[in-house]
Design a protein around this ligand. Structure first.
Ligand code: ADP
Length: 257
């Protein structure tokens, strides 16, 4: 009888522990779901804002054109503003389409990729828009890697634009190439606001943005780094985020040779 009692007690104990683990797992799942729901909500809020604000500016500029006689320098200024808003919209739509394609039908095409001209072209187009940015490319002009051109272009644009966006005035960005026995390594270092240890693990997630809609100063959707991660994953590569010194972040991408 004593042995039977012990067995029942043992079974009850196992049952209780299983139940506790079950409750813990359900709660964890629920928290995850909640986090995902919050991030999707944040995404919808930011995307609505991101789409509405350039459209509103462009509309206003066109209304001004049609209602008022303007001096040629004013026309020039308004046109430049409309163009830069249009480019912002275009960048956003490109990222949205790319993120959607990543999940359905994007296959990379590995080819010999001349790294320096690709990065130099991106630097040129950024500097024409924003002359206060300093971008240094530290690599041999003949550096060639094996990678998907379209995908890598998107990776570099997203990383460099982030390096600028998350810096206070006078961003200084260094893009450096190295290699080891297994990987081509390209790192993009900035002197910006940096990323905490905890957030380093999260920023690559879809829709993830640091802070909340009320406190954030910058515009965005939380899709950029997700796209970067998906493209690097498709190359079987990896991404590493470290602190820069004295401040800022270094994003390094490792592409298998
Ligand atoms: P978005 O820029 O649209 O918010 P991203 O996916 O590109 O989305 O980046 C996710 C978040 O990671 C950003 O909201 C920002 O908080 C943080 N982040 C990205 N790049 C940097 C960087 N170079 N320095 C500091 N924070 C960064």
């Amino acid at each position: 009888y004593n042995r039977q009692e012990k067995m029942i007690l043992g079974e009850a104990g196992v049952l209780a522990i299983t139940l506790l683990i079950g409750i813990w797992l359900i709660n964890k799942g629920y928290q995850k779901q909640n986090e995902a729901a919050n991030q999707s909500r944040n995404f919808l809020l930011s995307i609505t804002h991101e789409l509405k604000s350039p459209l509103a500016s462009i509309k206003l500029i066109l209304q001004t054109f049609s209602k008022r006689k303007l001096e040629s320098n004013q026309i020039q200024q308004f046109s430049e503003n409309a163009l830069s808003e249009t480019e912002r919209l275009e960048g956003l739509v490109n990222n949205l389409l790319l993120a959607a394609r990543m999940e359905t039908a994007y296959d990379i095409k590995i080819e010999e990729l001349d790294l320096f001209p690709l990065l130099d072209g991106i630097r040129e187009s950024i500097i024409t828009k924003n002359s206060s940015v300093d971008i240094n490319i530290i690599m041999d002009e003949n550096t060639v890697i094996s990678a998907d051109k379209f995908g890598m272009t998107s990776v570099f644009i997203n990383l460099i634009e982030n390096a600028i966006k998350y810096s206070e005035d006078g961003p200084v960005i260094s893009i450096e190439y190295k290699k080891d026995n297994y990987y081509d390594i390209i790192s993009i270092a900035d002197n910006g606001i940096g990323i905490s240890q905890k957030e380093k693990k999260q920023v690559l997630n879809k829709f993830y943005r640091i802070g909340n809609e009320d406190t954030r100063k910058t515009k965005g959707t939380g899709l950029g780094l997700y796209i970067v991660k998906e493209i690097i994953d498709k190359h079987n590569g990896r991404i590493q985020i470290e602190n820069n010194k004295p401040k800022g972040s270094i994003f390094s991408i490792f592409i298998p040779i």
